[in-house]
Design a protein around this ligand. Structure first.
Ligand SMILES: [Zn+2]
Length: 225
């Protein structure tokens, strides 16, 4: 059975016009919350006709498109090419805006280890470790991200069922375990650059590893572990 989630409430909601450096623009309804388990300042962005998507969901229609995006200062803000976070965020905003749904902006920098530790891990990657090995060498988990607050935000917004925009099977596994009905996982595009090729290869290998373990355990999104 899914774990019972502590109840969170909406603290504030405001409209924020977004304009990206490439000229794309849209409008977000930004939600903040009270009662998120880790006490961090996570955001939910309602994009496109998110209200219509909630109405359709309430009468048993299609689940809204949702992307949990973990904060990456270097990629999201400065356009770092060591990862693909910036282009993934940009793609997700547009894809969600086109159909109506939510982007969850999760304050778990560097797979949850924090900004300075992420940069320490980059130094180790320059010495030959991959992105997961580097975190472990720092005494941290390969991936410390936790989607409990994301599940809480979805529950608070009235989104028990999602079409998940993510290439990461761990997000689907965790959200399913937390009681979110993931009806479909839609892969993000691959944004390859010379600087992020090894990083993307490590990520793809990790995703395959998780999917293989899930298959061995007979887990599917419909069967919460
Ligand atoms: Zn990044």
């Amino acid at each position: 059975m899914p774990e019972a989630l502590p109840v969170a409430t909406i603290r504030t909601q405001v409209t924020v016009p977004l304009a990206f450096p490439d000229g794309y623009s849209t409008t977000a309804r930004v939600f903040t919350f009270k009662g998120l388990v880790d006490g961090r300042e996570h955001l939910a962005l309602g994009l496109g006709d998110w209200a219509g998507a909630l109405d359709r969901l309430a009468v048993g229609g299609e689940a809204p498109l949702v992307r949990p995006h973990s904060e990456c200062l270097t990629g999201d803000v400065f356009g770092s090419e060591r990862c693909d976070c910036g282009p993934q965020l940009r793609e997700a905003v547009q894809r969600i805006a086109e159909t109506g749904g939510f982007l969850l902006y999760l304050r778990q920098e560097g797979r949850g280890i924090g900004l300075y530790a992420k940069l320490d891990a980059y130094a180790l990657q320059d010495a030959g470790l991959d992105t997961y090995q580097a975190n472990v060498a720092l005494g941290r988990g390969e991936d410390e991200r936790d989607y409990t607050a994301a599940a809480q935000m979805l529950a608070t917004l009235g989104v028990p069922r999602v079409r998940l925009l993510s290439s990461n099977p761990d997000k689907e596994d965790q959200l399913t375990r937390l009681g979110v009905d993931v009806v479909e996982r839609i892969l993000t595009s691959v944004f390859l650059s010379p600087a992020n090729a090894e990083y993307l290869a490590a990520k793809a290998a990790k995703a395959a590893e998780i999917e293989a373990a899930d298959a061995l355990a007979g887990r599917t999104p419909e069967q919460p572990r």
